[in-house]
Design a protein around this ligand. Structure first.
Ligand SMILES: [Zn+2]
Length: 370
């Protein structure tokens, strides 16, 4: 069994707890910027016995903040979700720009067009993005010939010919999703940074993390349901109000200190799973309504990919693989929670692609006659 030697570890420190209050000497040792072993931690910081070393414990607030830029066993947990936050923040900036048509086309344009002007280009700056499979593009766009007079004229990722007429659709449901994703990721990142500061911080930040996850799940429903049920407004209202009520109840429950106790861990997991898997119902409904539209079918494949990515991540989280196989070997890099974080970001990105595909589909079918 391999153990890593902690950075700047004092070999003399072997605090015995025995339920006694900490003396001032021990408190002082903890508040030093010194990484600790699992056995040295107070009970509230003992979470994963397969991670042996490199723990921060009750450092000062400044030291805790600065630890984002040094190596310990939470560094990659902080940065994996901070990186995700920056990705979704970038998507938010691009989406909010006045000239951006939000859809897969808009984002591909940002990457591919040298003409794109971040400071506010005109509509003339838009370029045509070629769909890699033109026959599929035709199937997507020319399966419906219905167009309103109230349309904008622009180019599309899915349009091999260049210009096509389609409707301007509201951005806000998509922005709701981006806001939810950004909130969840920054709450998670901050929780991993600050939860070690004190017992009070620990309790507060992990509750904030749970609330952030609930918020992201609820916000994820908005874009696909709003756009896919644009012509079925009663269903849209039903699905969005149902998930919002469920989400608010979950956030309310998870913010109460009683339910953040370890014995309610399975209750919390069941709550997240119920919220997430309730998406199967509207997804099946969308498939029933629009099964002839390739965009919708491809979007649902991406949603399936999202579910697989989230489930795989949760599998690592629960099983604590690989550190279970070689305790102490993955303290700094490669432990299950870091892998879980990466899968969460990938799952959210898969959901983004699905939402953008549904937005492209909706924009191309403005008359509700499909
Ligand atoms: Zn986490």
């Amino acid at each position: 069994m391999q153990k890593r030697r902690p950075v700047r570890e004092s070999s003399k420190t072997t605090p015995e707890r025995n339920g006694k209050a900490l003396d001032s000497g021990e408190k002082k040792k903890r508040s030093e910027r010194r990484l600790m072993k699992f056995e040295e931690l107070p009970r509230y910081l003992k979470d994963n016995e397969y991670i042996h070393n490199h723990y921060r414990c009750e450092w000062s607030l400044t030291e805790t903040f600065l630890s984002a830029f040094s190596w310990h066993n939470e560094t990659l947990n902080i940065w994996t979700h901070l990186g995700g936050f920056l990705i979704f923040g970038w998507m938010m900036v691009v989406s909010c720009m006045e000239t951006t048509e939000v859809g897969l086309a808009g984002f591909v344009n940002v990457f591919s067009s040298k003409k794109f002007n971040f400071l506010g280009g005109s509509s003339n700056d838009r370029v045509t993005i070629r769909w890699p499979w033109p026959s599929m593009a035709k199937a997507v766009y020319f399966s419906s010939d219905h167009h309103d007079s109230n349309v904008t004229h622009t180019s599309s990722f899915l349009n091999p010919q260049g210009d096509v007429e389609y409707e301007t659709i509201p951005k806000w449901p998509w922005l709701v999703f981006l806001t939810g994703a950004m909130t969840c990721l920054i709450c998670s990142s901050m929780s991993h940074l600050f939860a070690c500061h004190s017992r009070r911080f620990n309790l507060f930040f992990w509750r904030l993390d749970y609330a952030g996850i609930s918020l992201m799940i609820v916000c994820s429903f908005f874009a696909p349901i709003y756009y896919a049920f644009s012509c079925h407004t009663n269903w849209r209202l039903f699905y969005l109000s149902s998930i919002s009520i469920l989400g608010l109840l979950a956030i309310f429950a998870l913010l109460s200190p009683a339910l953040s106790a370890p014995r309610f861990r399975s209750f919390r997991a069941a709550l997240f799973l119920t919220m997430g898997f309730s998406g199967v119902i509207p997804a099946s409904h969308v498939l029933y309504l629009h099964k002839d539209h390739p965009n919708v079918v491809i979007a649902l494949v991406y949603e399936l990919a999202m579910a697989v990515l989230y489930a795989t991540g949760a599998g690592f989280y629960v099983s604590r693989i690989p550190e279970r196989w070689k305790p102490g070997a993955f303290d700094i890099a490669g432990h299950s929670h870091q892998i879980f974080h990466v899968f969460v970001v990938l799952g959210a990105l898969a959901h983004s692609v699905a939402s953008l595909l549904i937005m492209d589909f909706r924009r191309a079918s403005p008359s509700c006659a499909f």
